[in-house]
Design a protein around this ligand. Sequence first.
Ligand SMILES: [Zn+2]
Length: 210
Amino acid sequence: MKRTHWWWLSGLVVLLTGLWLGGGTLIATTLRQDGLVNQLATRVASPHGQTPLEPIALAHPLQPVYYYHFANAEATEFRALFEEAVTVFNRTGIVQLQPGMARAGQNSLTFFTYRDAGTQRSDFTELGKGGPHVIQTRQGTVNQARAGVNLAHPELRPRLSVAIHEIGHAVGLAHSTAKTSVMTARDHEQEWLSSADLAALRLLYGPGHV
Ligand SMILES: [Zn+2]
């Protein structure tokens, strides 16, 4: 066999090994950044009266159980805040967020803190970011979700409403224009899920999802 063929073959082997070791194929990823003002993202209307869904989450049936952990020491300092937000979701009975590391084939939720003062302007300060990251593994479709709060925000402590909102993104909710939703792009310090938020969660995780 010619030398060039060997090069081609070894390249293919490296590529396939990489895919196999990676353990999953990326389907899609979304990580929304949230500020006090985020006009573009609010223009997504909900056709069915429920909070809009992240399209990638809707396209792939997701398991309702998530295992959460803290990505950095600073995030662990805010464990109580994140866990209060976790309680809001667990109370719904639709999704279940449990402490611990996800094993292969299980959904994970990573809580993190970060400092980004770069987005600060007079009318815009980023509060947090979060979103789903859906991959296909040999064990099925898995969401490796993330939710984080920005500690560079001028407020002394991150808001519970923001933690709830970012978990909302992580499990598949998108921005809503409904003032009663926790998923409005502009934070209004709401610390509960609206009936439209719950309807969206049921659509993603409830029985009958296809
Ligand atoms: Zn948002």
